[in-house]
Design a protein around this ligand. Structure first.
Ligand code: ATP
Ligand code: MG
Length: 312
């Protein structure tokens, strides 16, 4: 009897091991990770970059499907959360580093989804999110960088700009809100500003979510179709849509003139939301790994505190 049941459990264990191995093999086939962990190199805007040549439906470096992409996004969360906590903790020990994620895109490209699904996976206390809308009367009284400077992340934080100072060379160029000579000077001002920000310890990661006009049309149609999405629709979005080629050109110029060593631009194909989220998560992961924040040493005598606690 005992022998029989031992045999039975042996068989059970064997079967379990077999199915585990089979699942592992399947996983290996379906879950192809982003290329060797160097998403940054893959998506960085380099000399000669041509926005029009990048397919918004493509998934550079990733050959898995949507399910695999979502799985990989989930798999990245613990490391992202850990690195964010270390960044925050390190600043308590005096480390100056912070991260600034700049998100720019045409309407409906999914900036909000990045904020919710990528940034939203970490402790909200470590995040400083700012959405830049058309400037207020007070903001207009200052230089275009004034409102941006006030929202820069302090040490330990991950700052997220949902739109940014780039509006002042994008929508301003397209809609001729500012004379062209002034806009021309702004690219250099931006580069000088970002050099300063970077020298103070902020790693700048600038991301353009790149969608196609066809995908935007589908997303806008859905917003009109569904009453629960009407709140997301702004009739003005169609005015920007009508100027699509001008916006693409303004983006190309901004990318050419402001993608620098210290503050590079990354263009993320965004017709597939799951890919864009995964790519941005990896860009953040790689940035934080580069900082490699360390837990600060205790500023008290640990052994003495243990003894005090034990005595109370
Ligand atoms: P969502 O539509 O997902 O809520 P959004 O970023 O599109 O996000 P909106 O309130 O729809 O938010 O639009 C903000 C508008 O403000 C955009 O049309 C943008 O071009 C404009 N804007 C932002 N900064 C500036 C600026 N410095 N000068 C002029 N317009 C600006
Ligand atoms: Mg909008």
């Amino acid at each position: 009897m005992a022998k029989k049941s031992a045999k039975k459990s042996d068989k059970k264990a064997e079967k379990k091991a077999e199915s585990k191995a089979a699942r592992k093999a399947e996983d290996g086939a379906a879950r192809v990770s982003l290329l060797g962990g160097d998403t940054a190199d893959l998506l960085r805007v380099k000399l000669g970059f041509d926005l029009a040549a990048l397919d918004p439906r493509s998934t550079p470096g990733f050959s898995g499907d949507k399910a695999a992409g979502k799985e990989e996004l989930d798999a990245g969360v613990p490391e992202l959360a850990n690195l964010q906590e270390r960044l925050f903790a390190a600043s308590k020990g005096g480390a100056p580093e912070s991260v600034l994620l700049v998100l720019q895109a045409m309407d409906t490209a999914g900036k909000g989804g990045i904020v919710r699904h990528v940034v939203g996976a970490v402790d909200p206390q470590g995040i400083a999110l700012t959405a830049f809308k058309a400037p207020t009367a007070e903001e207009l009284r200052h230089s275009f960088l004034w409102r941006v400077r006030r929202q820069l992340p302090t040490p330990g934080k991950i700052g997220v700009f949902d739109r940014s100072h780039y509006e002042d060379v994008l929508v301003h160029r397209v809609r001729k809100l500012t004379p062209l000579e002034t806009i021309e000077k702004r690219y250099d001002e931006i580069n000088a500003f970002e050099r300063q920000v970077s020298a103070a310890g902020t790693r700048i990661v600038k991301i353009m979510l790149h969608i196609s006009p066809e995908e935007q049309k589908a997303r806008l149609a859905e917003r009109l179709e569904r009453p629960d999405k009407h709140w997301k629709y702004r009739p003005g979005d169609l005015d920007d849509r009508a100027l699509w080629p001008d916006f693409q050109q303004a983006y190309q110029i901004a990318l050419d003139r402001t993608s620098t060593e210290l503050a590079p631009w990354y263009v993320v194909p965004a017709d597939r939301k799951w890919y864009a989220r995964l790519a941005v998560q990896h860009l953040l992961l790689e940035t934080l790994r580069g900082i490699d924040p360390q837990w600060p040493a205790a500023e008290f005598d640990v052994e003495a505190e243990k003894a005090r606690l034990a005595a109370l």
